[in-house]
Design a protein around this ligand. Structure first.
Ligand code: AMP
Ligand code: MG
Length: 409
Protein backbone atom coordinates (compact mmCIF):
# COMPACT_ATOMS: atom_id res chain seq x y z
CA UNK A 1 0.00 0.00 0.00
CA UNK A 2 1.39 3.44 -0.96
CA UNK A 3 1.79 6.25 1.54
CA UNK A 4 0.34 9.68 0.79
CA UNK A 5 3.48 11.11 -0.78
CA UNK A 6 3.88 8.10 -3.07
CA UNK A 7 0.22 8.19 -4.08
CA UNK A 8 0.34 11.89 -4.94
CA UNK A 9 3.57 11.46 -6.88
CA UNK A 10 2.14 8.51 -8.80
CA UNK A 11 -0.84 10.62 -9.83
CA UNK A 12 1.26 13.61 -10.91
CA UNK A 13 3.69 11.35 -12.78
CA UNK A 14 0.78 10.20 -14.92
CA UNK A 15 -0.51 13.65 -15.82
CA UNK A 16 0.60 16.36 -18.21
CA UNK A 17 -0.80 19.83 -18.83
CA UNK A 18 -3.71 19.84 -21.29
CA UNK A 19 -2.89 20.96 -24.85
CA UNK A 20 -3.29 24.74 -25.08
CA UNK A 21 -6.19 26.22 -27.00
CA UNK A 22 -7.02 29.75 -28.12
CA UNK A 23 -10.26 31.11 -26.72
CA UNK A 24 -12.08 34.41 -26.20
CA UNK A 25 -10.47 36.43 -23.43
CA UNK A 26 -13.70 36.58 -21.42
CA UNK A 27 -13.89 32.80 -21.24
CA UNK A 28 -10.32 32.51 -19.98
CA UNK A 29 -10.50 34.15 -16.54
CA UNK A 30 -8.80 31.89 -14.00
CA UNK A 31 -6.94 29.89 -16.64
CA UNK A 32 -3.17 29.75 -17.17
CA UNK A 33 -1.49 31.41 -20.15
CA UNK A 34 0.34 28.99 -22.41
CA UNK A 35 2.08 31.77 -24.38
CA UNK A 36 3.62 35.12 -23.59
CA UNK A 37 1.38 38.13 -24.21
CA UNK A 38 3.01 40.94 -26.17
CA UNK A 39 1.71 44.50 -26.23
CA UNK A 40 0.22 45.38 -29.61
CA UNK A 41 1.01 49.08 -29.53
CA UNK A 42 1.80 51.43 -26.67
CA UNK A 43 -0.58 51.62 -23.73
CA UNK A 44 -1.71 54.32 -23.52
CA UNK A 45 -1.22 54.87 -27.25
CA UNK A 46 -0.74 58.65 -26.91
CA UNK A 47 0.07 61.18 -24.21
CA UNK A 48 -3.20 62.13 -22.54
CA UNK A 49 -4.71 63.98 -19.66
CA UNK A 50 -5.10 62.34 -16.25
CA UNK A 51 -7.63 65.00 -15.16
CA UNK A 52 -10.43 67.20 -16.35
CA UNK A 53 -8.92 70.67 -16.68
CA UNK A 54 -6.79 72.81 -19.00
CA UNK A 55 -3.84 71.82 -21.16
CA UNK A 56 -1.21 74.55 -20.82
CA UNK A 57 2.48 75.32 -21.11
CA UNK A 58 4.03 74.97 -17.66
CA UNK A 59 6.22 77.99 -18.43
CA UNK A 60 3.08 80.18 -18.59
CA UNK A 61 1.87 79.37 -15.08
CA UNK A 62 4.97 79.35 -12.92
CA UNK A 63 3.86 82.55 -11.11
CA UNK A 64 0.19 81.52 -10.72
CA UNK A 65 -1.46 81.66 -7.28
CA UNK A 66 -4.87 82.39 -5.71
CA UNK A 67 -3.74 85.97 -5.10
CA UNK A 68 -2.22 86.45 -8.56
CA UNK A 69 -3.99 84.20 -11.07
CA UNK A 70 -2.56 83.78 -14.56
CA UNK A 71 -5.07 84.51 -17.34
CA UNK A 72 -5.03 82.30 -20.45
CA UNK A 73 -7.23 82.39 -23.56
CA UNK A 74 -9.28 79.14 -24.08
CA UNK A 75 -8.83 78.02 -27.69
CA UNK A 76 -11.21 75.03 -27.75
CA UNK A 77 -12.52 71.97 -25.91
CA UNK A 78 -11.17 68.41 -26.33
CA UNK A 79 -13.34 65.63 -24.91
CA UNK A 80 -12.05 62.04 -24.64
CA UNK A 81 -12.09 60.46 -28.11
CA UNK A 82 -11.36 63.76 -29.93
CA UNK A 83 -8.15 65.54 -30.83
CA UNK A 84 -7.37 69.26 -30.69
CA UNK A 85 -7.37 71.10 -34.01
CA UNK A 86 -4.55 73.47 -33.05
CA UNK A 87 -1.57 73.62 -30.72
CA UNK A 88 -1.45 75.38 -27.36
CA UNK A 89 0.68 78.53 -27.70
CA UNK A 90 2.03 80.84 -25.00
CA UNK A 91 -0.86 82.66 -23.32
CA UNK A 92 -3.46 80.05 -24.36
CA UNK A 93 -5.04 76.88 -22.98
CA UNK A 94 -7.26 74.08 -24.30
CA UNK A 95 -10.05 72.71 -22.12
CA UNK A 96 -9.38 68.97 -21.86
CA UNK A 97 -11.18 65.96 -20.37
CA UNK A 98 -9.62 62.94 -18.71
CA UNK A 99 -8.20 60.57 -21.33
CA UNK A 100 -8.20 63.10 -24.18
CA UNK A 101 -4.92 63.40 -26.13
CA UNK A 102 -2.63 66.16 -24.92
CA UNK A 103 -2.67 68.88 -27.61
CA UNK A 104 0.58 69.74 -29.36
CA UNK A 105 2.53 72.41 -27.56
CA UNK A 106 0.99 71.65 -24.14
CA UNK A 107 3.11 69.90 -21.53
CA UNK A 108 0.94 70.15 -18.42
CA UNK A 109 -2.71 69.84 -17.39
CA UNK A 110 -4.11 72.12 -14.70
CA UNK A 111 -6.95 70.31 -12.95
CA UNK A 112 -10.24 72.17 -13.03
CA UNK A 113 -10.39 72.53 -9.23
CA UNK A 114 -7.57 75.11 -9.29
CA UNK A 115 -8.96 77.15 -12.17
CA UNK A 116 -11.77 79.66 -12.68
CA UNK A 117 -13.37 80.14 -16.09
CA UNK A 118 -14.24 83.70 -17.10
CA UNK A 119 -15.95 83.80 -20.50
CA UNK A 120 -13.36 82.80 -23.09
CA UNK A 121 -10.56 82.96 -20.52
CA UNK A 122 -9.42 80.74 -17.70
CA UNK A 123 -7.71 81.92 -14.53
CA UNK A 124 -5.03 79.53 -13.27
CA UNK A 125 -4.74 79.66 -9.46
CA UNK A 126 -1.81 77.29 -8.87
CA UNK A 127 1.69 76.84 -10.29
CA UNK A 128 2.32 73.23 -11.41
CA UNK A 129 5.50 71.44 -12.45
CA UNK A 130 5.98 70.62 -16.11
CA UNK A 131 4.30 67.28 -16.88
CA UNK A 132 1.77 67.36 -14.04
CA UNK A 133 -1.42 65.37 -14.80
CA UNK A 134 -0.03 64.06 -18.08
CA UNK A 135 0.11 60.33 -18.80
CA UNK A 136 2.83 59.59 -21.32
CA UNK A 137 2.49 57.24 -24.27
CA UNK A 138 3.51 53.67 -23.36
CA UNK A 139 3.87 54.43 -19.65
CA UNK A 140 1.85 51.28 -18.83
CA UNK A 141 3.01 48.99 -21.67
CA UNK A 142 5.53 49.55 -24.44
CA UNK A 143 4.75 48.33 -27.93
CA UNK A 144 6.26 44.94 -28.64
CA UNK A 145 7.26 44.10 -25.09
CA UNK A 146 6.17 41.02 -23.15
CA UNK A 147 3.58 42.14 -20.64
CA UNK A 148 2.56 38.69 -19.30
CA UNK A 149 4.59 35.50 -19.47
CA UNK A 150 3.44 31.95 -20.17
CA UNK A 151 2.42 30.29 -16.92
CA UNK A 152 0.68 33.39 -15.55
CA UNK A 153 -2.80 32.89 -14.11
CA UNK A 154 -5.39 35.20 -15.67
CA UNK A 155 -6.79 37.00 -12.66
CA UNK A 156 -9.02 40.01 -13.39
CA UNK A 157 -5.98 42.31 -13.56
CA UNK A 158 -4.28 40.11 -16.14
CA UNK A 159 -7.51 39.92 -18.16
CA UNK A 160 -7.51 43.72 -18.28
CA UNK A 161 -3.87 43.79 -19.35
CA UNK A 162 -4.61 41.39 -22.22
CA UNK A 163 -7.47 43.57 -23.43
CA UNK A 164 -5.47 46.79 -23.20
CA UNK A 165 -2.59 45.10 -25.03
CA UNK A 166 -4.89 44.20 -27.92
CA UNK A 167 -5.67 40.53 -27.24
CA UNK A 168 -9.34 39.62 -27.63
CA UNK A 169 -8.31 35.96 -27.59
CA UNK A 170 -5.65 34.22 -25.53
CA UNK A 171 -3.87 30.88 -25.69
CA UNK A 172 -4.33 29.01 -22.44
CA UNK A 173 -4.48 25.55 -20.95
CA UNK A 174 -8.19 24.70 -21.13
CA UNK A 175 -10.46 23.90 -18.25
CA UNK A 176 -10.17 20.22 -17.43
CA UNK A 177 -13.46 18.44 -18.07
CA UNK A 178 -14.08 16.47 -14.92
CA UNK A 179 -16.75 13.78 -14.89
CA UNK A 180 -18.51 13.06 -11.61
CA UNK A 181 -19.92 9.55 -11.32
CA UNK A 182 -21.78 8.66 -8.20
CA UNK A 183 -22.56 5.05 -7.39
CA UNK A 184 -24.77 3.62 -4.67
CA UNK A 185 -28.11 1.82 -4.69
CA UNK A 186 -28.89 3.35 -1.30
CA UNK A 187 -28.74 6.94 -2.53
CA UNK A 188 -31.63 9.32 -3.19
CA UNK A 189 -31.76 12.95 -4.24
CA UNK A 190 -31.24 15.73 -1.72
CA UNK A 191 -34.87 16.75 -2.26
CA UNK A 192 -36.20 13.34 -1.22
CA UNK A 193 -37.07 11.90 2.15
CA UNK A 194 -35.05 8.65 2.40
CA UNK A 195 -37.04 5.42 2.77
CA UNK A 196 -35.71 2.83 5.19
CA UNK A 197 -32.19 1.85 4.11
CA UNK A 198 -31.71 4.91 1.93
CA UNK A 199 -29.60 8.04 2.45
CA UNK A 200 -29.36 11.30 0.58
CA UNK A 201 -26.59 11.68 -1.96
CA UNK A 202 -24.15 14.25 -0.58
CA UNK A 203 -21.11 13.45 -2.69
CA UNK A 204 -22.54 14.39 -6.07
CA UNK A 205 -22.97 17.88 -4.66
CA UNK A 206 -19.86 18.34 -2.54
CA UNK A 207 -17.74 16.92 -5.34
CA UNK A 208 -19.28 19.18 -7.94
CA UNK A 209 -18.65 22.19 -5.72
CA UNK A 210 -15.06 21.13 -5.14
CA UNK A 211 -14.22 20.58 -8.78
CA UNK A 212 -16.02 23.73 -9.86
CA UNK A 213 -13.88 25.66 -7.36
CA UNK A 214 -10.82 24.31 -9.18
CA UNK A 215 -11.92 26.17 -12.31
CA UNK A 216 -12.85 22.98 -14.15
CA UNK A 217 -15.86 22.18 -16.23
CA UNK A 218 -17.75 19.62 -14.11
CA UNK A 219 -19.71 17.02 -16.07
CA UNK A 220 -22.14 15.47 -13.62
CA UNK A 221 -23.65 12.12 -14.61
CA UNK A 222 -26.86 10.70 -13.25
CA UNK A 223 -26.25 8.58 -10.19
CA UNK A 224 -26.05 4.83 -10.88
CA UNK A 225 -27.04 1.84 -8.75
CA UNK A 226 -24.50 -0.78 -7.71
CA UNK A 227 -24.82 -3.07 -10.72
CA UNK A 228 -22.08 -4.10 -13.07
CA UNK A 229 -24.05 -2.94 -16.14
CA UNK A 230 -24.90 0.49 -14.76
CA UNK A 231 -21.36 1.19 -13.63
CA UNK A 232 -19.97 0.08 -16.97
CA UNK A 233 -22.36 2.14 -19.01
CA UNK A 234 -21.73 5.36 -17.10
CA UNK A 235 -17.96 4.87 -17.15
CA UNK A 236 -18.04 4.40 -20.92
CA UNK A 237 -19.89 7.68 -21.41
CA UNK A 238 -17.73 9.56 -18.96
CA UNK A 239 -14.48 8.44 -20.56
CA UNK A 240 -15.62 9.89 -23.87
CA UNK A 241 -16.64 13.25 -22.44
CA UNK A 242 -14.04 14.04 -19.81
CA UNK A 243 -10.31 14.39 -19.26
CA UNK A 244 -10.58 13.21 -15.68
CA UNK A 245 -13.21 10.81 -14.39
CA UNK A 246 -14.03 10.82 -10.70
CA UNK A 247 -16.01 7.86 -9.48
CA UNK A 248 -17.25 7.87 -5.95
CA UNK A 249 -18.29 4.86 -3.96
CA UNK A 250 -17.98 1.24 -4.92
CA UNK A 251 -14.22 0.79 -4.63
CA UNK A 252 -13.97 -1.02 -1.32
CA UNK A 253 -14.01 -4.79 -0.95
CA UNK A 254 -17.79 -5.20 -0.84
CA UNK A 255 -19.64 -7.62 -3.11
CA UNK A 256 -21.35 -4.71 -4.85
CA UNK A 257 -18.21 -2.63 -5.41
CA UNK A 258 -17.98 -2.86 -9.20
CA UNK A 259 -15.79 0.10 -10.16
CA UNK A 260 -12.46 -1.74 -10.05
CA UNK A 261 -13.79 -4.80 -11.87
CA UNK A 262 -15.38 -2.78 -14.66
CA UNK A 263 -12.33 -0.59 -15.22
CA UNK A 264 -10.13 -3.63 -15.40
CA UNK A 265 -12.41 -5.14 -18.06
CA UNK A 266 -12.28 -1.88 -19.98
CA UNK A 267 -8.50 -2.08 -20.09
CA UNK A 268 -7.68 0.71 -17.65
CA UNK A 269 -4.26 0.46 -16.01
CA UNK A 270 -4.48 0.44 -12.24
CA UNK A 271 -1.70 2.64 -10.87
CA UNK A 272 -2.64 2.08 -7.25
CA UNK A 273 -5.46 1.03 -4.99
CA UNK A 274 -5.48 1.94 -1.32
CA UNK A 275 -3.35 4.52 0.43
CA UNK A 276 -2.01 4.51 3.99
CA UNK A 277 -4.28 7.32 5.08
CA UNK A 278 -7.35 8.09 7.11
CA UNK A 279 -9.83 8.96 5.86
CA UNK A 280 -9.71 7.70 2.28
CA UNK A 281 -7.86 4.39 2.43
CA UNK A 282 -9.75 2.69 -0.46
CA UNK A 283 -8.86 5.39 -2.98
CA UNK A 284 -7.66 4.21 -6.40
CA UNK A 285 -6.13 5.66 -9.56
CA UNK A 286 -6.11 4.41 -13.14
CA UNK A 287 -5.11 5.65 -16.55
CA UNK A 288 -6.77 4.73 -19.82
CA UNK A 289 -5.21 6.35 -22.89
CA UNK A 290 -5.07 10.05 -22.16
CA UNK A 291 -7.76 9.76 -19.47
CA UNK A 292 -7.17 9.81 -15.72
CA UNK A 293 -9.58 8.05 -13.42
CA UNK A 294 -9.71 8.59 -9.67
CA UNK A 295 -11.76 6.15 -7.62
CA UNK A 296 -12.93 8.09 -4.61
CA UNK A 297 -14.33 6.34 -1.55
CA UNK A 298 -18.04 6.78 -0.94
CA UNK A 299 -17.77 7.92 2.64
CA UNK A 300 -18.56 11.60 2.32
CA UNK A 301 -15.54 12.89 4.26
CA UNK A 302 -13.16 10.48 2.54
CA UNK A 303 -14.51 11.60 -0.82
CA UNK A 304 -13.94 15.26 -0.01
CA UNK A 305 -10.54 14.83 1.60
CA UNK A 306 -9.20 12.72 -1.28
CA UNK A 307 -10.51 15.29 -3.72
CA UNK A 308 -8.73 18.06 -1.84
CA UNK A 309 -5.48 16.15 -1.40
CA UNK A 310 -5.13 14.44 -4.78
CA UNK A 311 -7.68 15.57 -7.34
CA UNK A 312 -7.04 19.25 -6.80
CA UNK A 313 -3.27 19.05 -7.45
CA UNK A 314 -3.93 16.74 -10.42
CA UNK A 315 -6.42 19.15 -11.95
CA UNK A 316 -4.19 22.15 -11.32
CA UNK A 317 -1.23 20.42 -12.92
CA UNK A 318 -3.31 19.51 -15.97
CA UNK A 319 -4.59 23.07 -16.20
CA UNK A 320 -1.03 24.39 -16.32
CA UNK A 321 -0.71 25.75 -12.78
CA UNK A 322 2.72 25.60 -11.20
CA UNK A 323 1.45 26.21 -7.67
CA UNK A 324 -0.21 22.95 -6.69
CA UNK A 325 -0.41 23.01 -2.91
CA UNK A 326 -2.25 25.00 -0.28
CA UNK A 327 -0.26 27.06 2.20
CA UNK A 328 1.00 24.98 5.11
CA UNK A 329 1.44 26.55 8.54
CA UNK A 330 2.60 25.25 11.88
CA UNK A 331 -0.12 25.41 14.52
CA UNK A 332 -0.41 24.45 18.16
CA UNK A 333 -2.92 21.62 18.55
CA UNK A 334 -5.17 22.56 21.46
CA UNK A 335 -6.45 19.02 22.10
CA UNK A 336 -4.71 15.69 22.28
CA UNK A 337 -5.07 13.63 19.10
CA UNK A 338 -4.56 9.87 19.36
CA UNK A 339 -4.68 7.64 16.28
CA UNK A 340 -5.44 4.50 18.25
CA UNK A 341 -5.75 1.41 16.09
CA UNK A 342 -5.14 3.42 12.89
CA UNK A 343 -1.56 4.34 13.79
CA UNK A 344 0.74 3.77 10.82
CA UNK A 345 -1.50 5.71 8.46
CA UNK A 346 -1.36 9.45 7.81
CA UNK A 347 -4.40 11.14 9.35
CA UNK A 348 -6.04 14.17 7.81
CA UNK A 349 -7.66 15.89 10.77
CA UNK A 350 -10.13 18.64 9.99
CA UNK A 351 -9.48 21.61 12.25
CA UNK A 352 -10.75 25.00 13.22
CA UNK A 353 -8.07 27.67 13.31
CA UNK A 354 -7.63 30.65 15.55
CA UNK A 355 -4.75 33.08 16.01
CA UNK A 356 -4.06 34.00 19.64
CA UNK A 357 -1.16 36.24 20.67
CA UNK A 358 0.41 35.82 17.27
CA UNK A 359 0.32 32.00 17.48
CA UNK A 360 -1.89 29.84 15.27
CA UNK A 361 -3.98 27.31 17.21
CA UNK A 362 -5.83 24.32 15.74
CA UNK A 363 -8.71 22.36 17.27
CA UNK A 364 -10.27 19.27 15.67
CA UNK A 365 -13.81 19.91 14.46
CA UNK A 366 -15.33 17.30 16.74
CA UNK A 367 -15.71 13.60 15.80
CA UNK A 368 -13.49 12.71 12.85
CA UNK A 369 -15.39 9.73 11.41
CA UNK A 370 -15.39 9.45 7.63
CA UNK A 371 -19.17 9.88 7.65
CA UNK A 372 -19.17 13.02 9.79
CA UNK A 373 -19.63 15.53 7.02
CA UNK A 374 -20.12 18.41 9.44
CA UNK A 375 -16.43 17.97 10.32
CA UNK A 376 -15.66 19.31 6.83
CA UNK A 377 -18.13 22.16 7.00
CA UNK A 378 -16.62 23.46 10.23
CA UNK A 379 -13.02 23.19 9.08
CA UNK A 380 -10.67 25.96 8.00
CA UNK A 381 -7.78 23.57 7.51
CA UNK A 382 -6.53 20.01 7.53
CA UNK A 383 -3.86 18.98 10.06
CA UNK A 384 -1.67 16.28 8.60
CA UNK A 385 -0.55 13.81 11.25
CA UNK A 386 2.35 11.88 9.75
CA UNK A 387 2.36 8.13 9.33
CA UNK A 388 4.94 7.63 12.10
CA UNK A 389 3.23 9.85 14.70
CA UNK A 390 0.74 7.80 16.75
CA UNK A 391 -0.19 10.59 19.14
CA UNK A 392 -0.04 14.37 19.35
CA UNK A 393 -0.32 15.82 22.84
CA UNK A 394 -2.27 19.01 23.46
CA UNK A 395 0.17 21.90 23.07
CA UNK A 396 2.37 20.16 20.51
CA UNK A 397 2.58 21.57 17.00
CA UNK A 398 1.15 20.14 13.80
CA UNK A 399 1.33 21.10 10.13
CA UNK A 400 -1.95 22.46 8.86
CA UNK A 401 -2.98 22.89 5.24
CA UNK A 402 -4.98 26.10 4.89
CA UNK A 403 -7.68 24.77 2.63
CA UNK A 404 -9.56 28.05 2.28
CA UNK A 405 -6.53 29.86 0.83
CA UNK A 406 -5.10 29.73 -2.68
CA UNK A 407 -2.12 27.50 -3.42
CA UNK A 408 1.28 29.05 -2.69
CA UNK A 409 3.73 26.27 -3.60
P1 AMP B 1 -18.94 2.91 -0.50
O1 AMP B 1 -17.57 3.49 -0.70
O2 AMP B 1 -19.76 2.91 -1.73
O3 AMP B 1 -18.84 1.54 0.10
O4 AMP B 1 -19.69 3.81 0.55
C1 AMP B 1 -19.19 3.99 1.85
C2 AMP B 1 -20.19 4.71 2.71
O5 AMP B 1 -20.42 6.00 2.19
C3 AMP B 1 -21.55 4.07 2.81
O6 AMP B 1 -22.04 4.24 4.12
C4 AMP B 1 -22.37 4.83 1.82
O7 AMP B 1 -23.73 4.80 2.12
C5 AMP B 1 -21.80 6.21 1.94
N1 AMP B 1 -21.95 6.92 0.69
C6 AMP B 1 -21.56 6.44 -0.50
N2 AMP B 1 -21.85 7.31 -1.49
C7 AMP B 1 -22.43 8.37 -0.88
C8 AMP B 1 -22.96 9.60 -1.37
N3 AMP B 1 -22.94 9.90 -2.67
N4 AMP B 1 -23.48 10.46 -0.48
C9 AMP B 1 -23.50 10.15 0.84
N5 AMP B 1 -23.01 9.03 1.35
C10 AMP B 1 -22.49 8.12 0.51
MG1 MG C 1 -21.50 2.24 -2.34
Amino acid sequence: MLNIEEALQAILDHATPLIPITMPLDKAAGLVLAEDVIAHGNVPPFANSAMDGFAVLAADIQQASEAAPVRLRILEDVPAGSIATQPVRPGTAIRIMTGAPLPDGADTVVHVEVTRAEGDDVLILLALKNGTNVRSAGEDMMDGTVVLTAGTVLRPGEVGVCAAAGHATVTVHPRARVAILTTGSELVDAAEVPEPGQIRDANAHSLRAQVAAMGTEPVVFARVPDTHAAVRSVLQQALIQADIVLTNGGISVGDYDFVKEVLQEMGAGLIFWRVKQKPGKPMAFWTLGSKRIVGLPGNPVSCMVCTEEYVRPLVRHMMGHTLLYRPVRTAVLDEQYAKGSDAGRTHFVRVRLQERDGVLHATPTGPQGSGILTSMALAAGIAVIAEDTPLVEAGQTVHVQLTDLPEDH
